[in-house]
Design a protein around this ligand. Structure first.
Ligand SMILES: CC(C)(COP(=O)(O)OP(=O)(O)OC[C@H]1O[C@@H](n2cnc3c(N)ncnc32)[C@H](O)[C@@H]1OP(=O)(O)O)[C@@H](O)C(=O)NCCC(=O)NCCS
Length: 169
C-alpha cells in the first residue's frame, strides 16, 4: 500500500538576524541586498519582518510598517509580500498575512492597509479571500521590487489601496 504524502508544516514568525543568509539566498536581481535593509529597519523599530516557513525552511516574507514617515499615508501598511516561487500555493502567503494581522492587532491597530497593482493575478484573489476590500484610492506603485513578472507590465503602474478591518475576525 502506498502511503499518502505527509502534509507540509507551515509556520510563521518574526524574522531574526539568523535568518539573513536564507533570505539572501532567495534574493533576486531586483531584490539583491534588500533583506539586510529590512532586518536593519526592524532593529530601528516600527517595522516588522514576518517570515513564513515550509517544513522549517523559509519560503517567503512580508512586512508590517507602522511608521508614518515613509512617504505614504497608510498606517499600518502591509508591504513587500513575497513567497518564493518554489513555495507558492501551499498557504504561506495567507498564513503570513494572518500573522501580520494578529501582530497589528496586538500593537493596537484596528485596520491594515496595502497597495497592489490591480492586475496582480495571485495577490488580489488572496487579499479578497482574506477580507480586504478596495478603498477606491490609488497611488503610484512603490513596491514593484518584489514583483517577479506577475505584476503590472507598464512603466508607470499604479496600485489600488486595499483595507481590512481588524475588528472582525
Ligand atoms: C501573491 C502571493 C504572495 C501568494 O502567495 P501563496 O503562498 O502562493 O498564496 P497561498 O497559497 O496562501 O494562496 C491563498 C489564496 O490566494 C489565491 N491565490 C494564490 N495564488 C494564486 C494564483 N496564482 N492565481 C489565483 N489565485 C491565487 C487563492 O485563492 C489561494 O487559495 P487556494 O490555494 O486555496 O485556492 C505569491 O503569488 C507571490 O509572492 N507573488 C509575487 C509577489 C506579489 O505579487 N506580492 C504581492 C504584492 S501586493
Amino acid at each position: 500500500m502506498t502511503e499518502a504524502p505527509k502534509a507540509k508544516t507551515i509556520e510563521t514568525r518574526l524574522a531574526t538576524a539568523e535568518d539573513l543568509p536564507e533570505l539572501e539566498a532567495n534574493e533576486t536581481d531586483k531584490t539583491k541586498g534588500l533583506s539586510a535593509s529590512y532586518l536593519q529597519q526592524q532593529e530601528e523599530g516600527g517595522y516588522y519582518v514576518v517570515v513564513g516557513l515550509v517544513d522549517g525552511k523559509i519560503g517567503g516574507r512580508v512586512i508590517l510598517d507602522t511608521r508614518d514617515d515613509d512617504g505614504t499615508p497608510l498606517v499600518p501598511e502591509m508591504k513587500l509580500l513575497w513567497v518564493f516561487p518554489s513555495a507558492r500555493r501551499q498557504g504561506l502567503g495567507a498564513a503570513m498575512t494572518q500573522h501580520l494581522e494578529e501582530l497589528a492587532r496586538e500593537l493596537g491597530y484596528e485596520e491594515v492597509f496595502l497597495g497592489v497593482t490591480p492586475d496582480n493575478p495571485a495577490a488580489i484573489p488572496m487579499y479578497v479571500g482574506l477580507g480586504y476590500t478596495p478603498t477606491g484610492d490609488h497611488r503610484s506603485a512603490i513596491n514593484l521590487s518584489v514583483i517577479d513578472g506577475e505584476g503590472a507590465g507598464t512603466d508607470d503602474p499604479i496600485e489600488a489601496i486595499f483595507r481590512k478591518s481588524l475588528l472582525v475576525r
